[in-house]
Design a protein around this ligand. Structure first.
Ligand code: SF4
Length: 385
């Protein structure tokens, strides 16, 4: 049985960033302690349904999990280890905001194996524009301190395609990021989400709208610079440092938890707005932490939506998620999973996309081409029937 993953959502932040529409809230410090209690109840509540399933990844995301104390996160990890079959060699990731942690040692002692630091930019004016709570120097200090505390697997998140950002400034951020030599880099093109302060400022003409062509150039520059620096591009937005050993289809330092999503495998989501997938059914918890806490205080299940995915939907999701990985989708893995030949189900789509230069076909299977990586959404849409 393939091990599954656990995701725990911590929906709290110190301040709301100007571009963010994630389920995260600032100013709810009074809910931190009851939220932990609610999570402990949900862990107990969900454990029978997931009994006998081994887990080899646990991801604390948000929001800002590092806004909580190491003791609070420690309770959650302890409860997961007690109620679920968390394998000893599991990857345990903590998402952290550089502005929230002074001392990394207590975090390291919890058995967290992987740190993901949301740095976003190494220019102070860009960080201010994004409404981040830290400056560039604090971000670098957080990284250096985490290293000194013994974290050996660190991801850094960056954003590009910011309003007014030039190619040269993005290059400077990347150059500095590479000097830090993290094990992993996640680079995302800024998406303007409706109703965020940043989108409003742009709509009012107070800031220039991001330029799509320039963003594509930034992406290509990143591909080039990271390849030269020894990073393996394994997912549209993710790179892992080469270990110098044989890497296989996926780099050794790839985020094992996120790979489960892209392989459309099972995961259990805990906390407000967290989603679970048991291989057939997708379910999601109530979004607001207040409602989530209330439900669990009453001993109720926090699930708000639940939908059985039929075979067609499972195929479509497997295509959309799997094509995000540069390894693509193999003929063999697909036929093992669905008992049918991918070339037959999607004959027309594969031929058209390959003719348009968006897909590459080889003896292993299909994958996005370099151009396809820039136009991923067009490719994914073609596989939705
Ligand atoms: S720290 Fe992350 S989750 Fe929190 S507001 Fe900023 S972008 Fe959103």
């Amino acid at each position: 049985m393939k091990p599954a993953g656990i995701y725990i959502h911590i929906p709290f932040c110190q301040a709301k960033c100007a571009y963010c529409d994630f389920v995260s809230f600032a100013g709810l410090e009074h809910l931190h302690a009851p939220y932990i209690q609610a999570l402990l109840r949900e862990i107990e509540l969900k454990s029978p349904a997931w009994a006998g399933i081994p887990f080899d990844t646990l991801y604390l995301g948000g929001g800002t999990p590092s806004i909580l104390s190491p003791a609070q996160i420690g309770h959650l990890l302890e409860a997961c280890r007690h109620h679920f079959q968390v394998l000893p060699e599991s990857e345990i990731t903590l998402e952290a905001n550089p502005g929230t942690v002074q001392n990394w040692l207590p975090w390291r002692k919890l058995g967290i194996t992987r740190l993901s630091l949301g740095i976003q930019s190494l220019h102070d004016d860009e960080l201010a524009l994004l409404g981040r709570i830290h400056d560039a120097q604090e971000a670098i200090q957080a990284y250096t301190a985490a290293r000194a505390a013994g974290f050996e697997n660190i991801n850094l998140d960056f954003l590009f395609g910011l309003p007014g950002q030039s190619l040269r400034r993005w290059q400077e951020t990347l150059t500095q990021a590479l000097e830090l030599a993290p094990e992993h880099l996640s680079l995302y093109c800024l998406t303007l989400e409706e109703h965020t302060p940043l989108a409003r400022q742009i709509a009012q003409g107070l800031l220039p709208a991001p330029d799509d062509d320039l963003a594509a150039e930034m992406y290509e520059l990143a591909e080039e610079m990271l390849a030269k620096a020894g990073y393996l591009h394994y997912e549209i937005s993710n790179w892992a440092r080469s270990t110098g050993e044989s890497e296989g289809e996926l780099p050794r330092l790839a985020c094992r938890h996120n790979v489960k999503y892209w392989h459309n495998e099972r995961y259990l989501g805990l906390g407000a707005a967290a989603y679970s997938y048991d291989g057939k059914r997708r379910s999601g918890n109530v979004e607001h932490p207040k409602n989530y806490i209330l439900r669990l205080q009453r001993g109720q299940d926090p699930t708000a939506t639940s939908e059985e995915t039929d075979r067609q939907r499972q195929i479509e999701e497997t295509m959309m998620l799997g094509l995000r990985l540069l390894e693509g989708i193999s003929w063999e893995a697909f036929s093992q999973r669905f008992g049918e030949d991918l070339r037959e189900i999607y004959a027309q789509e594969i031929t058209t996309l390959a003719e348009e230069g968006l897909l590459t076909i080889d003896e292993r299977g299909i994958r996005l081409s370099k151009r396809g990586r820039l136009l991923g959404n067009r490719v994914f849409a073609a596989f939705l029937h």
